[in-house]
Write a protein that binds this ligand. Structure first.
Ligand code: ADP
Length: 172
């Protein structure tokens, strides 16, 4: 049985993330989506919210499980018996960082393969940060995130506006 770990911040998951997870689920026996508990960037949603939102968006994909983790990705991969780490590539700009991380991870655990999926054309421009920026400015994110995530984003920014402090979570 081949298990793949798809790690990320997913703050929140976009249709681009969903696309990679479901395409990977068609190839591997099991996908564990690993949500970083403490990513090296500011997050809008709590870890529990990011896990719950992605899990709800993935309903109907039986071989995908969403879990949070802290510590090294390679350690989490080992703990869930993943032989492969899945990542997504949108543009050349993603490549440099993904290459560096893949080589570092393989240096730490040589048996762990890293497989990068090319984005689908329609999602190549999508990132969590751009979606958050659009919602914070009152724009439409139709087709960019699943319905439950669009609802959660609108609700989050409505609450932030109410408390009159709208941090700009744009660095993810
Ligand atoms: P990280 O903080 O690890 O970059 P992200 O949640 O931003 O976490 O992204 C997780 C993975 O999904 C990364 O490999 C990223 O390149 C990929 N990804 C993000 N958006 C898209 C997209 N629109 N299409 C394909 N892959 C994507």
């Amino acid at each position: 049985m081949t298990t793949a770990l798809y790690p990320g911040s997913f703050d929140p998951a976009t249709m681009g993330h969903l696309d990679i997870a479901t395409r990977a689920a068609a190839i591997f026996d099991k996908i564990v989506v690993g949500v970083y508990d403490a990513p090296a960037k500011n997050v809008l949603f709590t870890t529990e919210e990011r896990v719950a939102l992605f899990a709800e968006a993935l309903h109907g994909t039986p071989n995908v499980e969403v879990k949070s983790f802290s510590g090294l990705t390679v350690d989490f991969a080992r703990s869930v018996n993943a032989q492969v780490i899945v990542r997504g590539l949108r543009a050349i700009s993603d490549f440099e960082l993904e290459m560096q991380m893949a080589l570092l991870n393989r240096k730490m655990v040589p048996s762990l393969e890293v497989m990068c999926f090319m984005t689908s054309l329609e999602y190549s421009f999508l990132s969590s940060s751009i979606v958050k920026e659009i919602v914070s400015l009152g724009g439409s994110i139709d087709g960019m995130v699943s319905d439950n995530i669009a609802k959660a984003l609108k609700e989050k920014y409505r609450k932030l506006k109410e408390s009159a402090s709208i941090p700009r979570y744009l660095n993810s």
